[in-house]
Design a protein around this ligand. Structure first.
Ligand code: FES
Length: 114
């Protein structure tokens, strides 16, 4: 018997209050795009631009560990070591519920992308 797939954890993004599931091994950025949301990015998920930065408000224990490239990019855009609650959405994975904060995230149909 094949076990049923586990339900993907659902995240919430403030201040918009968007809720959507994040599949295993899927980044927060990709999950948001799949959910029909615009998330600021220039490099399209390659951990180079830093535009996708996000703050973890709660559920830190459910967020993947930070990699060297992510830490390097965050340090460059901040000009100093980034606090652990700041992450890149394109590199962040989750294995449980998390609340994030990121201004500028919106439904793709509500505003025209620049
Ligand atoms: S999308 Fe560019 S750093 Fe994440």
């Amino acid at each position: 018997m094949i076990p049923a797939p586990a339900e993907a954890p659902v995240v919430k993004v403030l201040p918009g209050g968007f809720r959507f599931p994040v599949e295993p091994h899927e980044s927060l950025l990709r999950a948001a795009e799949r959910a029909g949301l615009y998330w600021p990015t220039i490099c399209k998920g390659h951990a180079r631009c830093g535009r996708c930065y996000v703050v973890v408000e709660s559920g830190h224990e459910n967020v993947s560990a930070m990699g060297d490239q992510e830490r390097s990019t965050l340090t460059k855009i901040r000009g100093a070591a980034a606090p652990d609650q700041e992450r890149l959405a394109c590199q962040t994975r989750v294995d449980g519920p998390v609340v994030f904060r990121r201004r500028g995230v919106h439904e793709r149909s509500t505003l025209q992308e620049v």
